[in-house]
Design a protein around this ligand. Sequence first.
Ligand SMILES: [Zn+2]
Length: 242
Amino acid sequence: MVVANLRQAGRALAIGALSLRKLGAKLQPGIRFVCYHDVLPGETASLEAQLLLMREQGEFIDLDRAIGLMEARSVLDRPLFTVTFDDGLVTTCGEAWPVFERLGIPLSIFIITSLVGQPGYMSWDDIAAMAKSPLVTFGSHTVNHRNLMSLSADEVRLELTQSKAEIEAALNRRCDHFCCPWGRPDRDFRSDRDPQIAMEVGYRSFLTTQRGLTRTGDKLPLVKRDVIHMHSSRAELRHFLF
Ligand SMILES: [Zn+2]
């Protein structure tokens, strides 16, 4: 425990020092996909502060537009931010959503269809209510949130098609985006197989947790994202996002 805390403190110090190099630097043009999970009651002020910090640095665009820019290989001439939430947690609806709605910022939510309506997860009614807003996009985060590396190609195909079909039937609209559980290339999915399957079954994107800025010419379906937590400091945000 002590070692873990020390390691964490060391990491925070290192990130703080690294982030100083970026103070005052001009932000690169490109898209930053932000990956959030849980927002606990009492953390909405941190969420709002983080979003306002991003808004100072660039412009928010929704996932469809971000993927459209990538598909068109558009020249990205300014910093853009696209916010995503994984897992379809009830806090995304209850805690985070009011902040996004008030600030008018688009968000995408990736749901695990077998867990919809389970304790801690959004219900289909919550999902349908949020889907009415033009700010909200829903995507698939599989049926069962299993590690795709451990599955056969047929099993991966089933996780991707079944969740897509369920979301499309529930919302009566296309489900174009897929977000891989955990999302680390060749640890949580096979980079030589699974993005290809996603394209074959009709998705436009395959979101990962590989960090980095998306620049003009970055190839789909793979989409890099930066995982950010509510407790992430300004220095961490500066280090990872700006
Ligand atoms: Zn997940």
